[in-house]
Design a protein around this ligand. Structure first.
Ligand code: SF4
Length: 64
């Protein structure tokens, strides 16, 4: 499964990379970037939790 962040929707408050730093990181402006291209197992669970926790609905997990 692939994790995507919509850079236009992300407001950069950092919830995803604070909660799940193995999957997400911040760029120089505090916006989210994805650390890992493909996720499975524990990282998939974290990515799916991030989808639920992003107030801006900027994160998606889907089949590549
Ligand atoms: S939780 Fe959503 S809006 Fe916040 S930094 Fe992550 S992707 Fe951006």
């Amino acid at each position: 499964m692939k994790v995507r962040v919509d850079g236009d929707a992300c407001t950069g408050h950092g919830r995803c990379y604070s909660l799940f730093p193995d999957v997400f990181d911040s760029d120089d402006e505090g916006h989210s970037v994805v650390n890992v291209d493909q996720v499975e197992g524990e990282l998939l669970q974290q990515a799916q939790a991030a989808v639920s926790n992003c107030p801006e609905l900027a994160i998606a997990v889907d089949e590549d």
